[in-house]
Design a binder for this molecule. Structure first.
Ligand code: SAM
Length: 391
């Protein structure tokens, strides 16, 4: 199975099977494991060196995760996998090299991944400590690169090539965020990456391109027509997608290796899936008149997943964390197990408006886990499932 499909495969939650089973039985009566979680997305800072129009965290200010709180992550959350990601740009965190090492050498010795905009490569040997690194490469729009002079794109491309050349970095990815008006440009950027990787020694099995659709923030407590229209404005239409597909065909005719590269290294097929059904689903996502009841009984993901924002609040999942409403948090990183226990149980029973098939990004994970409990069999958990601790 393709690396990106493996990464998006909900069956990965089953790598936490034993621990989730234990917590689902004991958590109501015992707070000891309430704060602990296997998979953590840690947002080190809201500061950024870009200014993307589509970013959900734009203008959040320059908050930094306090250094002494890193000990609470390593000693109390005891993660098995940590993704260093936004709000802002993680590589701007002071002593980035020391921070990666501190996390990696923590009690639970987690695997570490990094999502960066690639503008700056901090000094140090931290790349050798990572399991994967993903650079977000953006399109030049209206002569600007992510709110900066357009030449910044070339700098990021050069830095991607520097990462391609790092033997010590196991897996390198590049994500291309697509939205109305830039789909053909994403194809062009893929072609650029294809040409660049031919000039370095990285094998293509250790490289990937992830097409990611941009979406607008949507809060089920406040659905409205304006938000819905913003969503529709961001969605590429059929004609644009068809034009991008024929542009891709043209490039493949000119250089047959490009198709093979896309097949091996990318989830380009997502563009085709989007034409065949995904588009309607994406449009319906923000439809204010649709009512969505709770439609699965338990959130198993909350027993093992956390998102921590730079102000130290700990959330059950990315969908809820994006709102930056501390009233929705499981607790603060400095809080004790008892605070977490109450809130984890609340989300475990799907006690929020995000806990349904429409808003939850983990609902397929939860359904798989429910089916495991109902049938006693490990569903869709073949040899192709990655055995790492990210999900
Ligand atoms: C917010 S950024 C923060 C990390 C880092 N500064 C970067 O640019 O990769 C994290 C990821 O969110 C993605 N992203 C930004 N705006 C988005 C949107 N409107 N919808 C979906 N993903 C988005 C980015 O492409 C990036 O991969």
């Amino acid at each position: 199975m393709h690396y990106i499909r493996q990464c998006l495969e909900p069956g990965r939650i089953l790598n936490y099977r034993d621990s989730i089973l234990e917590k689902s039985v004991t958590l109501a009566g015992n707070a000891d494991m309430a704060k602990q979680a296997g998979m953590v997305e840690l947002q080190l800072t809201d500061q950024c060196n870009l200014n993307c129009f589509h970013c959900h965290f734009r203008n959040q200010g320059d908050v930094f995760f306090r250094r002494e709180w890193l000990d609470l992550v390593t000693d109390e959350i005891l993660p098995q996998a940590v993704s260093l990601a936004g709000g802002g740009e993680p590589t701007l965190y002071p002593d980035f090299d020391g921070t990666v090492r501190k996390l990696k050498n923590g009690k639970s010795a987690p695997q570490i991944g990094l999502i960066t905009n690639g503008v700056f490569i901090p000094p140090g040997s931290w790349p050798s400590q990572l399991s994967w690194l993903r650079v977000s490469l953006y399109s030049v729009v209206g002569g600007r690169y992510a709110g900066m002079p357009f030449l910044m794109q070339e700098k990021v491309m050069d830095n991607i090539v520097r990462y391609m050349d790092m033997d010590e970095l196991p897996m390198l990815g590049v994500s291309l965020l697509y939205y109305k008006g830039n789909v053909a440009d994403c194809v062009k950027l893929s072609y650029e990456l294809y040409k660049r990787i031919k000039g370095v020694k990285r094998e293509i099995g250790r490289f990937n391109i992830q097409y990611k659709r941009a979406f607008v923030l949507c809060d089920p407590r406040r659905m409205n027509e304006k938000n819905h229209q913003e969503n529709l404005q961001l969605l590429p239409d059929r004609a644009e997608l068809a034009a991008a597909a024929s542009y891709k065909e043209e490039l493949c005719m000119a250089d047959a290796g490009f198709q093979e590269f896309l097949d091996i290294c990318s989830n380009y097929s997502q563009i085709e899936d989007f034409i065949h059904g995904g588009m309607e689903e994406a449009a319906a996502q923000t439809e204010p008149s649709r009512i969505t009841p709770q439609n699965f009984p338990h959130c198993y993901a909350v027993l093992e997943s956390r998102l921590i924002t730079p102000d130290g609040y700990v959330y059950p999942c990315p969908s809820i964390a994006e709102n930056r409403d501390t009233g929705l948090a499981l607790g603060h990183i400095t809080d004790k197990n008892e605070v977490f226990q109450k809130r984890v149980l609340h989300y475990y029973s799907c006690g929020s408006k995000w806990c349904n098939r429409r808003f939850c990004r983990h609902f397929r994970h939860n359904e798989l886990f429910q089916s495991l409990l109902d049938t006693g069999e490990m569903p869709e958990y073949g040899s192709s499932i990655r055995k790492d601790k990210f999900f």
